[in-house]
Design a protein around this ligand. Structure first.
Ligand code: URA
Length: 235
């Protein structure tokens, strides 16, 4: 099996991500550093280590969904001592990683898995997996501003990806919108609203492809059901 696939199956991240470990000379096979991305591992005989720790593919994949509250970060540790998603799912630490990230102040649906291939497919723009966000902004938004968001706002002279945008509720002092995007660039939704001068009060992801947050309580997690797993297996 190719080394990147092998490492992804060990739960170390997507194939693309584990290639970085290889290029950083952190991966050894039978005691020798491997920096050839096409290296073939003999799963029966070879001993593979990453930063001197032996790694083995998981026999079983795990898929969880979490309703991440605001005020948690998605990495395993934080130099500022902030709470992490692993405070909510202690068993997942070192075993499962999040598929993409939600930033500190964003809440909602986060998938966790040890299936690196799936993580790659769900986050790579080529697979066009739509992510839906509920965005609550201060004040109102004009149709012409929604059109700008849909076409892709210009940021530092570069056009951001297109988005599907619908106003779902207009209140006296705030407006609730649905925003759907295929990509997952860093702080993409927040960055979209900056150029049109809107302040985001709440940002919540409610769907990734056909997987929805459903009624999952904030801060809680559960395993994906059979229907959700069947959908993932078709991607
Ligand atoms: N877009 C953002 O701005 N933040 C997130 O966490 C996710 C998407």
């Amino acid at each position: 099996m190719r080394i990147n696939k092998y490492l992804a199956q060990c739960g170390l991240g997507s194939r693309r991500k584990v290639e970085e470990l290889i290029l950083e000379n952190k991966v050894q096979v039978n005691g020798k550093v491997i920096n050839n991305l096409a290296f073939q591992v003999n799963e029966k005989k070879d001993k593979v280590t990453v930063e001197n720790k032996e790694v083995k593919p998981f026999n079983e994949y795990v898929y969880l969904k979490l309703n991440k509250p605001k005020g948690y970060i998605c990495s395993a540790k934080d130099e500022k001592g902030r709470k992490t998603i692993y405070d909510l799912i202690p068993d997942a630490k070192g075993r499962l990683f999040s598929v993409g990230r939600l930033d500190y102040n964003t809440e909602g649906l986060l998938l966790l898995t040890n299936d690196g291939d799936l993580a790659y497919k769900l986050t790579h723009p080529n697979y066009e997996i739509e992510k839906e966000y509920i965005v609550v902004i201060e004040g109102k938004i004009k149709e012409s501003e929604c059109a700008v968001l849909r076409a892709g706002v210009i940021e530092n002279g570069k056009r951001m990806p297109e988005a599907k945008v619908d106003v779902i509720q207009v209140l006296k002092d705030r407006t609730r919108l649905s925003v759907r995007i295929d990509e997952g660039q860093n702080r993409q939704v927040r960055r979209m609203f900056d150029p049109i001068g809107k302040t985001i009060i709440l940002l919540k992801r409610v769907r990734i492809g056909e997987i929805t947050l459903g009624g999952l309580v904030r801060g809680k997690y559960k395993e994906l059901n059979e229907e959700e797993l069947a959908y993932l297996s078709k991607i």
